[in-house]
Ligand binder design. Sequence first.
Ligand code: 3PG
Length: 306
Amino acid sequence: MKVLVATEKPFAKVAVDGICKEIEAAGYELALLEKYTDKAQLLDAVKDANAIIIRSDIIDAEVLDAAKELKIVVRAGAGYDNVDLAAATAHNVCVMNTPGQNSNAVAELALGMMVYAVRNFYNGTSGTELMGKKLGIHAYGNVGRNVARVAKGFGMEVYAYDAFCPKEVIEKDGVKALDSAEELYKTCQVVSLHIPATAETKNSINYALLKDMPKGAMLVNTARKEVINEVELIKLMEDRADFKYITDIMPVANSEFAEKFAGRYFSTPKKMGAQTAEANINAGIAAAEQIVAFLKDGCEKFRVNK
Ligand code: 3PG
């Protein structure tokens, strides 16, 4: 059996070593395609792979067509919007993610970016503090929970809204659960996004939702760029000189944001939330273990396609 690690944005070496150990201990062979720049390289590498470990790498029908021997794809991470699930099912390929494995890393980055922004990007001028500010967590999954834990350490007042998570689950963490996204954005000066990119959420963070955020509002995005309605966010930031947008996923309109909103806009050059040795080890090794359990015992825990 051949397991391919196909990562345009590579794991830390220590994580690759850990994955290799798992795969070889199971008697399988490991192949590595890192930092590829062309889809043709991926199409070539998948030809004889029985299993693939990916990150945000795109697995579409063309890749699945090329991967004639493929049985399983594991997205080492949480969001699997980069995989065409229907095409995978049609090709009889199991798709899994590794929920929770990189969530602390993303949460730490979210809080780090908040500090960076309220301290005026460390430009030497006097900033503000997070303590006492109301933080709204939009979706209370694995990352949202970790953001709540860390934010409480900063002395923030933490609120959350999640359409699918029962209020009791949120409130047992000492977080105030609100009834709607509208209420969350009206209440909180800082909102941290942790929703997946789905047909329902794409473009959902729009002018109507953001316009009622309290004065000195800041939106922090460590989720997906697709959930933002960029045209409406630009309009809102033109109308509200107090509004900051801080993101770990570079918007399509990055240069427009950067030109128009200097001092209240920041984007990382490449998504960095899960880019720690710890997160890479956790997610990469979990992916390798899930592949071995699937190939040896048919275990389908964490399967995300039907
Ligand atoms: C995830 O969905 O797990 C995160 O967005 C991290 O993505 P990455 O593996 O591409 O850094």
